[in-house]
Structures are given as C-alpha cells and as structure tokens.
Unconditional design. Structure first.
Length: 264
C-alpha cells in the first residue's frame, strides 16, 4: 500500500487528521490518464448523428466504434463533457460519454434483453411497496408515488397492486404486458439505453416511463425515487457521503434524460 496512505492517516503535528474512508478511496483510485487534446467538438457523421472529434480527429468507443450522439444537442453536450476535463480525464465526470459507449457497444446488439430487464423492474417496482408507518412517511410515499401509478393506469392501461412492507407481491400479467408493450416502442439503442439507466437509478420502471412520456418532470421523478431517503434525512439529518453519492447518481440520471429526449 502506498506510503501516502499511512501519512494521510497519521498526519504531521498540527495537521488535521483526514477521514480514513477518504484516505482509503484516494489510495485505491487509479491514476487518471492525462488530457491529450486541446479542443473537443461535435461534427456531423456520414452515417447520421454527431461524432465527437478531439482536435479534429474522430473519437472511438471502447469497442472501437465511432463515438456518435444521435442529435446536435446530445453531440454538443458530449463535446462539453470532454472540453470540461482538466489536466487529467476523469470518466466519473462524463456520464453522457459512458452512456453513449454502452448504447453503441452493447445495447444495440441486445435490445430484447435490455427491454426485458426494464419490464422486470416493473414486476417489483419501487412505487408499489409502501410503509405502514410512521404516518409522515406513508404520506410522503403517497404524495410522491400515487401520481406515478395514476400515469401507469391512465396512460399505459396498467393497474398495479400495492404491498405493505417488503414482502414480494406478484403483479397482474396484464399490467406487465402493458409495460412491455410501451417499452417495445423504443427502437433506438440510445433511447433504450437511456430508459434502462433511468430505471435502474430510480429503482422504478414506472417512474422512468413517466419521465419518458412527459408525465413527470425530471426533478419530481428524482424526488419520488428518493422519497424514503429524503424522509430519513428530514428526521435524522443528512449524511455527507450519502448526499455526495446521490448527487453523482443525479448527474447520471440527468445525462440519461437528456439522451432520451435527444434520441426521439
């Protein structure tokens, strides 16, 4: 283990002791690659979309395919991620780049399985599992999740069964079939990859579909996905690490929402 790790835990006299968890994360973090370009731009690609160019040279995905966004808006956002990098390239600060890589290299060849995984989330969807108490939490869940169930009922024709606690409840086949029918409309690997990410980040296929169909704003969807967590913070106070982690996930969520809208 690097000597710096131990120095972080046992600082020189007069220095502030560093949080051991922060020191551990820093010690395990691999060295980031140096930035090798000056200018990142999005340029029209011959096969459609807008490709990332670094100093005029086309960028590639890990699978050696052109790194292309489906629209000018998404292409400009992709270029902005690369332009914003400092002396070193930090992939954790590039959620749109990572999502496009997945869409291009993986989702395009596995549309069926990805769609099935989204539908599987609906089978145990977050919004269907409610607390029995305390009353304030029950109210918070209802306020956040009832509009999502209303969307599923009115726009998808899907009626879901609610459960109290964490015991699994089987959902009607008709409801899951309605969700599958809606997901099957996604023929773009970019849109499907984005929908998959919003589903996994929120724990809810229904929240993801409500955002996709414009029935729920992104901010409201994010609040709904974290109704339990936000309630606990109101009661017990916020945890800095949990807040930081949620902020990082929010950046991924926003990138997925942007890509879904631009892929349409």
């Amino acid at each position: 283990m690097p000597d710096d790790f131990w120095r972080d835990l046992a600082p020189e006299p007069g220095e502030t002791r560093r949080d051991p968890r922060e020191a551990a994360r820093a010690a395990m973090m691999p060295e980031l690659p140096r930035r090798f370009y000056e200018r990142a731009t999005a340029e029209p690609h011959p096969d459609g979309g807008f490709a990332l160019n670094l100093d005029g040279r086309p960028a590639k995905t890990p699978g050696k395919r052109p790194l292309v966004a489906p629209s000018r808006g998404a292409g400009d956002a992709l270029a902005a991620e690369w332009q914003a990098q400092g002396e070193r390239i930090d992939p954790t600060a590039m959620p749109l780049t990572r999502l496009l890589n997945v869409a291009i290299d993986a989702v395009g060849a596995a549309m069926g399985p990805v769609a099935e995984e989204i539908v599987k989330y609906a089978g145990s969807d977050l919004v269907c599992y409610r607390a029995g108490d305390p009353e304030a939490l029950v109210a918070a869940q209802g306020e956040a999740w009832d509009p999502v169930l209303a969307f599923a009922r009115e726009r998808l024709g899907a009626r879901f069964v609610l459960a109290q606690g964490v015991m699994f409840v089987e959902q009607p086949r008709e409801a899951l079939a309605a969700v599958a029918q809606r997901v099957s409309r996604e023929t773009s690997p970019f849109a499907l990859a984005a929908l998959s990410v919003t589903t996994t980040l929120t724990g809810s296929a229904l929240i993801a579909l409500a955002v996709a169909d414009g029935a729920l704003a992104a901010d409201d969807a994010w609040q709904a996905a974290h109704a339990d967590e936000l309630y606990q913070e109101r009661v017990w106070g916020a945890d800095a690490i949990a807040t930081e982690r949620r902020a990082a996930r929010r950046r991924e969520f926003d990138a997925a929402v942007l890509l879904y809208r631009e892929a349409g």
